[in-house]
Design a binder for this molecule. Sequence first.
Ligand code: MN
Length: 128
Amino acid sequence: MEKKKILIIEDNPYNMRLMSDILQIHGYDVFAASSKEETLRILDDHKPSLILMDISLKDTDGLTLTRKIKSNPLLCDVPIIAVTAHAMENNKEDALTAGCESYITKPIDTRELPKIIERIIEYNSDRS
Ligand code: MN
């Protein structure tokens, strides 16, 4: 079976490494982007099964980038999980309003992350 692709958008190298390692161990094909530029370049060639979106990036914010991806008819069905350091309730709402399917907070829970991802990908493939 072909490996499922996950795009991780994250500008913190430590968090990128951590999430990337966990997802590769769980059998995913991981694509990494640390900026809007890189994200759009990767999405030109690959349609991932899921995107992990850091909310605060250097050249944009993750919610603006989420809205951009969700407005693309070719990509709008790709589920996006917002990843943020802020556990405030309105951040969660902002993420969902921008089109994110789910929301997790840093520090990354390494046991939960693969479970959440698997659940969302499964749910999304049942729907389409
Ligand atoms: Mn960041």
